[in-house]
Design a protein around this ligand. Structure first.
Ligand code: 8X3
Length: 259
């Protein structure tokens, strides 16, 4: 059996959700500066326009989109301009963590929001883009999971469960896409700097900053570089799951309730 050459694969059209800030914006910058055309999808138009102005409208196509609206996702994908239509890398980055209360105190609306964006939104965007990838015999879906999808912690409840969904959907997609050449990867980061903690704590910046006090979290650029690595491996190789953490974060013992 002869081995194919280890030629680097270069995605030419990248579709990034949650592109307006944090991981998403870093991913857009990385691929656009590497020569790809990038569809930058998010709800906040102003930030997308800034990103497109910074990187050039021929490189970055801003797309105002709420991923949890399935009909809007289908329309947006159908209406992509020709230069940005042949998506060969989808980065499902849009995701939210809302609240960190225990399950018995958490708000149902917060849970609904996380399920809508992290599960339904990710599934809708994937389903809208997969037929084109399969037809072209070329594509890669990179999903943003989390260590919270594998390791439980107090207050992780529905957030962690949505990320377990992302992990399992990623593996199941690999089964469905068998023989198509389309790749699927789940990237599962631990603590990272982004607006993530601010959103989680309802905009309380002091509480969010305290999460990262005295430690060095992963940066959006770390995540973007990791995604570039998985996406540029030779076409015969699929990274299924990649888990990463800051060195300063690790595991603690089980809790025991002693009376
Ligand atoms: C969140 C990562 O470590 O804050 O996706 O739970 S962690």
């Amino acid at each position: 059996m002869s081995q194919p050459a280890r030629d680097v694969f270069r995605p030419s059209v990248v579709f990034v959700t949650g592109a307006s800030a944090g991981f998403g914006a870093a991913i857009v910058r990385r691929f656009a500066s590497g020569g790809a055309r990038v569809v930058a999808a998010a709800r906040r138009e102003e930030r997308l326009e800034q990103l497109a102005a910074e990187l050039g409208k021929d490189r970055v196509h801003p797309l105002v989109l709420d991923v949890s609206d399935g009909a809007a996702v289908a329309r947006a994908v159908e209406g992509l301009p020709a230069d940005f239509a042949a998506v060969d890398l989808l980065v499902n980055n849009a995701g939210v963590a809302v609240g960190m209360d225990t399950a018995q105190r958490a708000k149902a609306d917060d849970w609904a929001k996380m399920i809508d964006v992290n599960c339904k939104g990710l599934a809708f965007v994937t389903q809208a883009l997969l037929p084109g990838m399969v037809a072209r015999g070329r594509g890669h879906v990179v999903n943003l999971g989390s260590v919270a999808g594998t390791y439980p912690y107090p207050g992780g409840n529905v957030y962690g469960a949505t990320k377990a969904f992302v992990h399992q959907l990623s593996l199941n997609l690999r089964s469905d896409l068998h023989g198509t050449g389309v790749r699927v990867t789940c990237i599962e980061p631990g603590m990272a700097t982004s607006e993530f903690s601010e959103v989680r704590f309802g905009g309380d910046k002091a509480k969010a900053d305290a999460v990262y006090k005295g430690m060095t979290p992963l940066s959006p650029e770390d995540i973007a570089a990791t995604i570039e690595w998985v996406a540029t491996q030779p076409p015969h190789m699929n990274v299924n799951v990649l888990e990463l953490m800051p060195v300063a974060q690790s595991f603690a013992a089980f809790q025991v309730d002693r009376k």
